[in-house]
Design a protein around this ligand. Structure first.
Ligand code: ADP
Ligand code: MG
Length: 725
């Protein structure tokens, strides 16, 4: 579509009508096979067996599975389902599904609705073209999907979707969910042991997660005029608009009516599927918005975020929008992230990262708080790697998002408390002193922690907020890593406390004293990761380097940490990922990086050559004709009259020349790089040799945009993309 046709189409658009008389609470989870729906349709024995496997992770036997399948099928059909699918999250970062009909012919004239326990519990996936990093040989390309009963099935668009894990025939994980579930098991075990130091009644600890999803919404006809947005999700060129976000008039401003109609329909769809969406608002950049659900158990929250992204795309189509999940679709305005709000909660109903009212509960808070900080410090490079992607590279450190350096922000009050704790020195800690320290934790300081927006990992009163996660990411990955490292730290903590309690010889310590002693050592050791200042500043980069913190600005550098001996030992010890799986994932991530940069390079080359240069030549010809005309009329006097035109003609030629030579060189470099023998070298070369062409090519194209007649310019401009909704 042409730019001006698209613009006139957009001008005529009206918000779609949305029904507004429904009570949202009536819609909630109507299309989810949740506990209530199960109870209604299952015998007591079957229901309890399923609940047991949800709560304890026990296996469901075949006889029970058949009955569950029957109940699920009946329920799904009552919701209009005709098909079912195992719904999983392969390592592409998206979701995958293959629909099968319930329908089964039993003779040439008769058919029944069929769905058995076998079909529910496990399926062989014939999808052999998912990324597997060499785990699946071509001669043994089988993969399996297996039901994850801890995430409830749902009906969407007449399909019963059953959340599943995705593994190779060897058992190696081919998805994000499998290792996440293992990490959640690891942290449950480790955190329960630690929580029992404070309360014997705790028997399970779950991870809670609330994901704030940021996104851009651009009219789909406008996107259709931009091959870069269409194919790569970001603008590879385009001069910044005269107005960006400098007036700060978009953040929390009135939501445009077409966007509001979109949000309402989206929220309705979310509620039906049990996604507890709560908050919607305009974000800082023009046409940027945020949607945040109420937090829930992490595995469900991850599934729900994946589903949310799918719904966002679907509903956008109906409203003639394109959703951009890219972390940095436009230069000069903010990019998008997905803050992961994370905490731990016991089955006795206690948020372990919430300071309590008694000294003991405060000591418990301090324990989980410090173990998290210590874990982030020890494994900062691995945590950084968990959010690495070609697209997030454009956002991290871009002066509006956290830098590539991981640090922890805890606010003034908690900083003081840790200082008091450290000042105790190495002398034995008395019971009285113990109480003194922990009593200093004010019992109500939620939201008094000032919000340092520059921090990648901030404590916000009763949870940590991991802000470096990119908006297009599958949260399963960062959550798998965060839970693994904290599980490891809690395991170590328990060992250290136990050894102090059991040490013979010298008088062994009381429990509180032992805990405090270990915490004091953690507070001391973790000092380098704590940072309260401006994360965007140059000074912090220098300071962080002195503190020994990593600062991997690009994905290939960052990812290498995933296969370090430290990482392999960590994931193997916690039984989350094996060496083979880690190496496979490393390959997959590098491949994805290469492909992303490769596609961007191709699209940029194409636009520069096939859109920009021809348009520039066309305009230059008009100028030449004009100059020629002036010469015909005024003779030698034309030079003065055509001064501007001649100057432009020259400049256009210079820019064309630069674009041409840079694009040619980029193509040559790409060909050379493609022949490198290993993915590792290739990824690094794409990063260090191909990507550096992007900005200079863009520079010359953007200069031309400013010179050339607006009427001739084919690509929709920034001002039109960002200020048209
Ligand atoms: P912000 O001010 O950072 O935009 P919001 O209140 O919009 O914060 O979002 C915070 C997110 O944190 C919400 O999704 C909320 O449900 C979630 N959250 C609150 N408490 C917890 C908790 N204990 N564990 C995990 N997430 C939580
Ligand atoms: Mg937030």
């Amino acid at each position: 579509m042409l730019r001006f046709d698209a613009l006139s189409e957009v001008r005529q658009r009206k918000p779609l009508p949305v029904s507004s008389c429904e009570r949202l609470s009536d819609l909630f989870a109507q299309n989810v096979f949740h506990e209530g729906a199960m109870r209604e349709r299952m015998t007591r024995e079957v229901f309890e067996s399923v609940m047991n496997s949800i709560r304890r992770g026990t296996k469901i036997d075949r006889h029970i599975a058949d009955q569950v399948a029957m109940a699920m099928r009946e329920w799904a059909i009552s919701k209009g389902a005709t098909h079912y699918t195992h719904w999983f999250q392969p390592l592409t970062g998206g979701t995958a599904e293959k629909h099968d009909a319930f329908f089964d012919p039993i003779s040439s004239r008769e058919a029944i609705e069929h769905f058995s326990g076998n079909l529910l519990v496990q399926q062989e996936s014939d999808a052999s073209s998912f990324p597997n990093g060499g785990i699946r040989n071509t001669f043994e390309a089988r993969g399996y999907t297996a039901w994850d009963p801890s995430s409830p099935p749902f009906v969407y668009e007449n399909v019963l979707c059953i959340p599943t894990i995705f593994i190779a025939y060897t058992g190696a994980a081919l998805d994000n969910k499998t290792p996440l579930l293992k990490a959640l098991t690891a942290i449950d075990k480790a955190a329960t042991q630690v929580a029992q130091l404070f309360d014997k009644h705790v028997s399970h600890v779950t991870t809670t997660l609330g994901c704030e999803q940021e996104y851009f919404l651009i009219d789909k006809s406008l996107v259709a005029t931009r091959p870069d947005l269409l194919i790569t999700g970001r603008t590879l060129l385009g001069h910044q608009a005269a107005k960006g976000q400098q007036l700060e008039d978009h953040y929390l401003g009135a939501i445009p009516s077409r966007v509001l109609a979109y949000m309402k329909e989206l929220e309705r769809e979310c509620l039906l599927l049990g996604i507890p969406v709560k908050t919607r608002h305009n974000e800082v950049a023009p046409n940027q918005f945020e949607l945040a659900p109420i937090f829930s158990e992490a595995n469900r929250a991850v599934d729900q975020n994946a589903l949310l992204m799918h719904l966002m795309r679907k509903v956008a189509e109906k409203h003639d929008f394109t959703v951009l999940f890219h972390e940095k679709p436009f230069i000069g305005v903010n990019g998008s992230g997905k803050h992961n709000n994370w905490s731990l909660s016991t089955d006795t109903g206690v948020n372990l990262l919430s300071p309590g009212k008694t000294p003991m509960s405060n000591l418990q808070f301090l324990t989980f708080f410090l173990c998290t900080i210590r874990a982030v410090h020890r494994y900062e490079a691995i945590l950084r790697a968990s959010v690495a992607s070609a697209t997030n590279d454009y956002r991290l450190g871009a002066n509006e998002a956290p830098p590539a350096i991981i640090s922890v922000f805890i606010g003034e009050q908690l900083t003081k408390i840790l200082q008091t704790l450290i000042q105790g020195g190495d002398k034995e800690i008395s019971q009285k002193e113990t109480l003194n320290v922990i009593n200093k934790i004010p019992d109500l300081f939620i939201d008094t922690t000032d919000r340092n927006r520059t921090s990648p990992f901030a404590f916000t009163g009763n949870k940590f907020e991991f802000r470096a996660v990119g908006s297009s990411a599958n949260c399963g990955k960062p959550m798998m890593v965060l839970n693994t490292i904290v599980a490891k730290q809690l395991t170590d903590f328990k060992k250290e406390v136990d050894s102090l309690l059991n040490s013979s010889g010298k008088k062994s310590l009381k429990k509180e004293e032992a805990i405090l002693k270990v915490l004091r050592s953690y507070a001391k050791a973790s000092k380098p990761i704590l940072f309260e200042g401006d994360g965007y500043s140059k000074a912090w980069e220098e300071e962080a380097a002195k503190r020994g913190l990593s600062n991997h600005k690009t994905t290939p550098q960052a990812l290498k940490e995933n296969v370090s001996e430290t990482a392999i030992a960590l994931f193997e010890e916690m039984k989350v990922l094996s060496r083979t799986e880690l190496l496979a994932r490393y390959d997959i991530d590098l491949e994805e990086y290469i492909k992303t940069v490769q596609i961007e390079a191709r699209v940029l080359g194409d636009i520069a050559r096939n859109h920009i240069i021809p348009t520039a030549v066309r305009y230059q010809n008009i100028l030449i004709e004009n100059v020629q005309g002036l010469k015909d009329i005024f003779g030698e006097g034309y030079r003065e009259l055509a001064f501007e035109q001649i100057d432009l003609i020259q400049h256009i030629s210079e820019h064309i020349k630069e674009i041409h030579s840079k694009v040619s060189l980029m193509v040559e470099t790409r060909k050379k790089v493609n022949n490198l023998p290993s993915v590792e070298e290739k990824a690094l070369a794409y990063c260090q040799e191909v990507r550096p062409f992007f900005d200079p090519i863009r520079y010359h194209c953007d200069k031309l945009e400013l010179m050339i007649d607006d009427e001739l310019w084919t690509l929709t401009k920034y001002r039109e993309l960002l200020f048209n909704n």
